[in-house]
Design a protein around this ligand. Structure first.
Ligand SMILES: [Zn+2]
Length: 403
């Protein structure tokens, strides 16, 4: 058996994978060589711990620790994801997987033996950075999305999901991960905000995930010459888009919610041409389902008004919308008591939300992020806080799998 690596060694091993030499950010898009390397890394780390990894047809992975004497019944799953957004940080996702492995080590050092099976899982394409569907791996595993619906998704280069999965050496016909034996799910994650900083604690638990979604705004106008077309004769979709981005920001500020246009595509994308089409993706999040619907409707209304004045046409398509997730309050209260940890909400989506929606009692452990920055190369957590997170996760798993 190979030697197991401690938290800091695993962190060092992962550091170069998919890292941009220029920005220092991570490009770990699913079904790329970087992500395949991470999948193999996970298998090696599990093998070093004597745990066999099951990889499903799309790359979701799980390894069960099930010593003789466990009940074999409903188990406790912990883990997160290894993919990143484009130019993302090191912690979002991998912290939960590395901490899960390190927590199993801690439990073994303590001489703990699980009474229930204890699994470590990795869900594929959590960020939706390649195919635009956040939490795609866990949505497929829970049945929230079907493979038949997903296989036709295309990435930015027009590659079908099914082809990307096969190109990564996986076989979608091999089926999807079964979560039948998962009685409880726990995801540890770096906090993507500053709540724990304000509270001056290293670790917290999640109460809920705000509802959130992605909407595609297609602004259609008329391509024309940037020099010879008089300003008053133009039907310029860039103007409609620009005003919509400002309106989205204002609406979100006014209501204490979140709205972001972080991605656009322009046709023909020429410096000396009035564009014919601007496609922009709105990411919106709010404290309730109604507030989210109102926010998006308000942005759409203002975009429509402006399109009328610009002579452009607007089409809005909801690409993915996730309702609010309230994590099991009894479970959160029981676990919070283990360490006197605060229970806080988050505006970020997670696989934990998908499993919770599927009826699996779920909890999240957050680790303090000193700047709150996430989805950026500057995302950071102090090692001491990460190790406190490992200890907290070990305590949580001992509580859940030990009785
Ligand atoms: Zn994440």
């Amino acid at each position: 058996m190979a030697a197991t690596h401690d938290f800091e060694q695993m962190w060092r091993d992962l550091a170069p994978v998919g890292r941009s030499a220029t920005s220092g950010g991570y490009h770990r898009q699913p079904w790329t060589s970087a992500e395949t390397e991470l999948r193999h890394w996970f298998m090696e780390e599990c093998a070093a711990r004597g745990l066999a990894v099951e990889t499903d047809g799309i790359g979701n992975q799980v390894a069960w620790w099930e010593p003789a004497g466990t009940s074999g019944g409903s188990g406790v799953l912990t883990g997160s994801h290894l993919d990143s957004v484009l130019d993302g940080g090191a912690y979002d996702g991998p912290l939960g997987v590395v901490s899960a492995l390190a927590a199993v080590d801690r439990l073994r050092e303590r001489g703990f033996e699980p009474v229930r099976p204890l699994g470590i899982g990795v869900f594929v394409e959590e960020e939706g950075s390649r195919f635009g569907r956040a939490c795609l791996g866990s949505r497929l595993a829970t049945g929230a999305t079907t493979w038949d619906a997903a296989r036709e998704l295309r990435d930015r280069d027009g590659v079908f999901l099914a082809d990307a999965v096969e190109a990564a050496g996986l076989d979608p016909s091999a089926g999807l991960l079964s979560l039948d034996r998962v009685g409880t799910f726990v995801e540890l994650h770096v906090e993507q905000g500053r709540d724990l900083v304000d509270r001056e604690v290293a670790v917290g638990l999640a109460s809920e995930i705000w509802p959130h979604g992605r909407w595609r705004f297609d602004f259609a106008g008329e391509a024309n010459h940037a020099g010879t077309t008089r300003m008053e004769d133009r039907r310029d979709p860039m103007l409609t888009y620009a005003m919509t981005a400002l309106a989205a920001n204002k609406q979100a500020r006014l209501s204490g919610q979140r709205a972001t246009f972080g991605r656009i595509a322009v046709e023909p994308n020429g410096t000396n041409a009035v564009p014919s089409l601007v496609t922009a993706w709105l990411d919106a999040r709010a404290s309730s389902d109604d507030a989210l619907a109102e926010l998006v409707a308000a942005i759409e209304r203002q975009a429509d008004d402006r399109a009328g004045r610009d002579g452009t046409a607007l089409t809005v398509t909801a690409e993915s919308v996730s309702g609010s997730v309230a994590f099991d309050p009894d479970l959160a209260a029981r676990l919070a008591a283990l360490g006197d940890w605060p229970v806080i909400p988050t505006q970020a989506g997670h696989d934990a939300g998908i499993l919770s929606d599927a009826g699996i009692p779920t909890a999240m452990v957050f680790v303090r992020n000193p700047t709150g920055v996430s989805h950026s190369p500057d995302e950071h957590a102090e090692t001491a806080d990460c190790l406190a997170g490992v200890d907290a996760l070990a305590d949580v798993l001992a509580e859940l799998a030990g009785a």
